[in-house]
Design a protein around this ligand. Structure first.
Ligand code: F0G
Length: 481
C-alpha cells in the first residue's frame, strides 16, 4: 500500500511487521570484484555470502507470512491422498474457481506438462510475450512461439498502462495464416516478465477470450504474477477501480480454459500448479503427472509447500499483499528516473528494469550490454540483478546470437523483503555508474551451455574493464564500501 504524507508525497508503506530477519553483509569492492570474476561475470554464479541486496529474482525469495509458516507444521506427508492437497484444491476452487488442480514442482514443470499435452510439431503458440522456460519447453515439443505484443510493448520509456496486452489484429492474422487447428492455445502471461513485468488489461483479456472462442482455441493464462496483474488492473483500468483484487482475479480466471503458475512468485512458496475446469485436460494431465512429477496429490512438491501454497493463494488477493511489491517497485523506478537512469516505465510487477542499451549506448548488442550492466552494478553496489537480454536468448540453429528485443538489467523486488532505503541505495549506485559508464565495456562468452545459457554460462570483460571500474569506485568511496 502507499500512503499520503503531509508534504504531499506518497510513499510505499509496509502493511506487516518483520519478526524474523536474515543478516546480510556488504563485502568490500575488492571482494566483489573477485567474486564476479570467479562467477564468469554471470550474476547467477555468485554466492549469497558475497551479495548485499539480492535482486536476482522474486522467485522463491519472498517473505512468507506467519500463517503460511504455521500451515507447514500441519502438512500431511502421505504419498497418496494427502490432506494438504485437498486444502490446496479447496483454495484453488475458492480463489480461482477451478475444480481440477495439478501440483508440479515448479512453473517450468507445469510448462513441460502443457507442452506434452498441447504442443505438436508444427503447432504455433501465440502469446503476449514469451518467458525463457516457456519458449524452451514449447519449442522442444516442436512448436513455434509467436509473440504478438502491441507496438508500445517494447517502448522502454512509455506511459502506456498495459504494455502486456495482446495485439488482437496480429492474433487474427495468426489464426488466418496458420489455421485455428494449428494454434495449440493462446497464452497470456500475467505481467510479461521479459519486457518489464508489464500487465495486460481485463478488457484485452476478454477480447482475446472472445476471438479464441470463436475459433475453438484454448486460452491459457500464466498466473505466476496474477495478483500483481490484478492490482495493476485495479489501479489502471477505470472500469475496475472499485473492484476488490479477489473479484478481478476471479473475473480473469473466467476467461481461461486452463491456468498454470510458478508458485514461487505471487503465492510466496516453492512449487507450481495447473488448474482447469475441463475434465479432458484433467484426464491427460493426470496421466503424465506421475511420470514426470509425482503422484497427483503432491506432484513433486513437498507437502509443506502445498499447505503454504493453499494459504498463499488466499492471501495474494488481499490488497495489502497484492500491492506490496508493485508499490515498492514504483518507488524504486521513480528513484531511478529522478536520477536520470533510463528505467523502464511505467513501473511493472516483479522488478525495476534498466534499459541497458540507453545506459551503455557504446556497448553493442553483440557484447551483451545488459549482462555487462548487471555485472558492473554488482561491482559498485553488492546488489545482484539479472541480465534479461541477448544472453537470455539461446543461439539459432546456425550458432548465431539471436538479439533480444530489449536489453534489460532486471532488479527484482521480492515481496516483503526489502525497504525503501535499499531501493534508494541501489538507485544511488546506479547514478554513480551512469556518471562513470564509459568505464564499462562489453562481455564475451568463454563457457556456453547450449540451452538456457544465461543460467550457467561464463563470460569475460573485454579489455578487463571490471578492474578499472572497481579502482575508480574505490577512489570515490574508499576500501570499505
Ligand atoms: N512463467 C513466468 C512468467 C515466470 O516468471 C517463470 C519464472 C516461470 C514461468 C517458470 O517458473 O521458475 O517456477 O519454473 N520466473 C523466474 C524469474 C525464474 O526469475 O523470473 P519456475
Amino acid at each position: 500500500m502507499d500512503i499520503l504524507l503531509s508534504d504531499g508525497r506518497r510513499i510505499p508503506i509496509e502493511m506487516h511487521k518483520v519478526r524474523v530477519v536474515q543478516k546480510t553483509r556488504l563485502a568490500p569492492v575488492d571482494e566483489r570484484l573477485r567474486a564476479i570474476e570467479e562467477g564468469g561475470y554471470n550474476t547467477f554464479l555468485l554466492r549469497t555470502r558475497d551479495i548485499f541486496i539480492d535482486m536476482l529474482t522474486d522467485s522463491g525469495t519472498n517473505a512468507m507470512s506467519d500463517n503460511q509458516l504455521a500451515s507447514m507444521m500441519v502438512s500431511d506427508d502421505a504419498y497418496a491422498g494427502g490432506e494438504s492437497y485437498y486444502k490446496l484444491l479447496s483454495a484453488v476452487k475458492d480463489v480461482l474457481g477451478f475444480d481440477f488442480c495439478v501440483p508440479a514442482h515448479q512453473g517450468r514443470a507445469a510448462e513441460h506438462l502443457l507442452a506434452k499435452i498441447f504442443v505438436k510439431p508444427g503447432s504455433v503458440v501465440p502469446m503476449n510475450y514469451h518467458f525463457t522456460t516457456t519458449k524452451a519447453h514449447f519449442e522442444m515439443a516442436g512448436g513455434k512461439v509467436l509473440e504478438i505484443y502491441t507496438d508500445e510493448a517494447l517502448n522502454t520509456a512509455s506511459s502506456c498502462p498495459f504494455k502486456g496486452n495482446l495485439d488482437l489484429h496480429k492474433f487474427a492474422e495468426v489464426i488466418e495464416k496458420y489455421g485455428a487447428d494449428n494454434v495449440a492455445f493462446v497464452r497470456m502471461e500475467a505481467t510479461t516478465n521479459l519486457i518489464g513485468g508489464q500487465p495486460f488489461s481485463l478488457a484485452n483479456l476478454k477480447e482475446v477470450r472472445k476471438m479464441a472462442s470463436e475459433h475453438g482455441i484454448p486460452v491459457i493464462i500464466d498466473c505466476s504474477l496474477i495478483s500483481e496483474n490484478a492490482y495493476f488492473i485495479k489501479r489502471r483500468e477505470a472500469a475496475c477501480k472499485d473492484w476488490s483484487i479477489e473479484k478481478i482475479v476471479a473475473e480473469m480466471m473466467k476467461q481461461a480454459d486452463l491456468i498454470y503458475l510458478s508458485g514461487r512468485k505471487s503465492t510466496c512458496v516453492r512449487g507450481g500448479l495447473i488448474a482447469t475446469n475441463n475434465p479432458k485436460y484433467w484426464e491427460k494431465l493426470k496421466a503424465w503427472l506421475p511420470v514426470y512429477e509425482g503422484f497427483i496429490t503432491y506432484g513433486g512438491m513437498s507437502s509443506k509447500e502445498i499447505e503454504a501454497m493453499a494459504v498463499g493463494l488466499r492471501e495474494m488477493t488481499d490488497y495489502d499483499v497484492a500491492s506490496s511489491s508493485p508499490d515498492l517497485i514504483e518507488f524504486f523506478v521513480n528513484s531511478m528516473t529522478d536520477r536520470g537512469i533510463p528505467a523502464v516505465t511505467p513501473p511493472g510487477g516483479l522488478a525495476g528494469h534498466v534499459d541497458a542499451m540507453k545506459f551503455l549506448p557504446h556497448v553493442p548488442q553483440s557484447q551483451y550490454p545488459a549482462g555487462a550492466l548487471a555485472a558492473a552494478l554488482y561491482i559498485v553496489s553488492g546488489a545482484r540483478g539479472m541480465e534479461r537480454g541477448t544472453i537470455s536468448m539461446d543461439r539459432d540453429e546456425k550458432g548465431r546470437d539471436v538479439y533480444a528485443d530489449m536489453e534489460l538489467c532486471r532488479l527484482a523486488v521480492p515481496r516483503r523483503v526489502y525497504s525503501t532505503a535499499h531501493m534508494e541505495y541501489v538507485a544511488d549506485r546506479l547514478k554513480w555508474l551512469l556518471e562513470h559508464r564509459d568505464l564499462v565495456g562489453g562481455l564475451e562468452f568463454y563457457e556456453e551451455p547450449p540451452v538456457l545459457r544465461f543460467f550457467t554460462g561464463r563470460l569475460r570483460p573485454l579489455n578487463d574493464w571490471g578492474r578499472k571500474l572497481a579502482a575508480a569506485f574505490k577512489k570515490d568511496f574508499g576500501d570499505a564500501c
